[in-house]
Design a protein around this ligand. Structure first.
Ligand SMILES: Cc1cc2nc3c(=O)[nH]c(=O)nc-3n(C[C@H](O)[C@H](O)[C@H](O)COP(=O)(O)O)c2cc1C
Length: 362
């Protein structure tokens, strides 16, 4: 089957699905900053939709025609519901279905979904088969195992045998949450398993990857097909900007002794890279005060865009204004009085109040 996955560049970059983050609004902000090669929605529950329809899933499946290619990420443990929602996604014009088998939330696990799938491999296979009835290419995103890292071999072998187009592995167990560094050391063994069992299935790595430059370093080292970046986008909204900064970023890491695969250091390391990315991006702007000003302006413009898009889609997404506040620290930082302004923004009651506060900046 020829699918969008065949047409992606190698390596390809993916913005990780993140609930209450990667909706139609934030995806458009990232598109403006620097787009990945393929989009994923936040995850959407198949059982909820099958029982209660669109009102059960809010605006999770809203997309625009220019978001191409785009994959609907679904979760759930009932094959009949998965079949229905996957077919609906095909009608909506999605380019593929990704099934979440890694969510560590108890609410998902209790119903057998998310990382609960790892405990019931037979049902995981049934869910994949159900999604395939839509005719769309089906991919899976999961973790190494449920409680122990050494579960990975059996679990990953099982999923690879289900004939999927892409396999994204968040390189931690459910039990590890995001508390330990991602297990990059396992990538060579996982890749060998993929080559042996399902050479046609693309392999995408996820966990603690900072930005495109970092992803390319890992691809060079391990030869995987795709790189998925989640929280890196919070520290650097320009994380997917083309890699003109590899050398600069690596040098600054060496100078500052930054270990790039340790999650607690994510923010600091990304900030160094963001400065480097934008320095290149802004043609001739050096790392002086004016370069820094450009970066700050670009981030604030992204916030203004997010405010406008929030207003545009508020009726459809149904997301309250308060949900915007978690995004402010992505954009409002690294200048005098940034934290004072953030405090004020946290007390704002509307997008207009936020705009007025931003207008006070020169
Ligand atoms: C706020 C938030 C929401 C998330 N929601 C989802 C989700 O809907 N589906 C999913 O597969 N993973 C979800 N994840 C996990 C991420 O996709 C990703 O696997 C994880 O953050 C590790 O990657 P990173 O270190 O690049 O962030 C979420 C993570 C965060 C931080």
């Amino acid at each position: 089957m020829n699918t969008i996955w065949n047409d992606l560049p190698r390596p390809f970059f993916v913005l990780a699905p993140m609930e209450a983050v990667t909706d139609v609004v934030f995806r458009h902000v990232v598109a403006q900053a620097g787009a990945p090669d393929v989009w994923f929605t936040e995850f959407t529950n198949a059982t909820g939709w099958a029982h209660a329809g669109d009102k059960a899933i809010g605006g999770r499946l809203i997309k625009t025609d220019d978001e191409k290619p785009i994959i609907a990420q679904l979760w759930g443990s009932d094959p009949a519901s998965m079949e229905k929602l996957a077919k609906h996604c095909a009608e909506l014009g999605y380019d593929g279905i990704d099934i979440n088998m890694g969510c560590p939330d108890q609410s998902a696990i209790k119903s057998g979904g998310g990382s609960g799938m790892i405990l019931n491999p037979e049902n995981a296979a049934a869910i994949i088969a159900a999604a395939k009835t839509s005719g769309l290419p089906v991919s899976v995103k999961t973790r190494l195992g449920y409680s122990r890292v050494d579960e990975w071999h059996d679990w990953i072998s099982h999923v690879l045998r289900q004939d999927i187009v892409n396999f994204t592995i968040h390189l931690r167990t459910k039990k590890e949450m995001s508390k330990v560094p991602a297990h990059f050391e396992l990538i060579p063994d996982i890749k060998k398993l993929r080559d042996d069992l399902a050479p046609h299935t693309l392999l995408t790595i996820n966990g603690d990857i900072l930005d495109r430059a970092h992803g390319l370093e890992l691809v060079e080292k391990y030869g995987v097909d795709g790189v998925m970046i989640g929280r890196g986008i919070f520290a650097n909204p320009f994380a997917f900007v083309a890699d003109t900064t590899k050398r600069v970023a690596r040098e600054s890491e060496q100078q500052e002794g930054i270990v790039s695969d340790s999650s607690p250091l994510l923010n600091h390391s990304v900030r160094t890279r963001e400065t480097a990315t934008l320095r290149d991006d802004s043609e001739g702007i050096s790392n002086d005060a004016s370069g820094a000003t450009q970066i700050i302006k670009k981030r604030l413009n992204l916030l203004r865009l997010q405010l406008d898009l929030y207003d545009q889609y508020a009726n459809q997404t149904g997301r309250p204004f308060e949900t915007l506040k978690r995004f402010f620290k992505i954009y409002v930082r690294d200048f005098a009085d940034a934290s004072e302004l953030r405090d004020k923004l946290m007390h704002a009651k509307s997008t207009d109040e936020v705009r007025d506060l931003l207008d006070t900046l020169q």
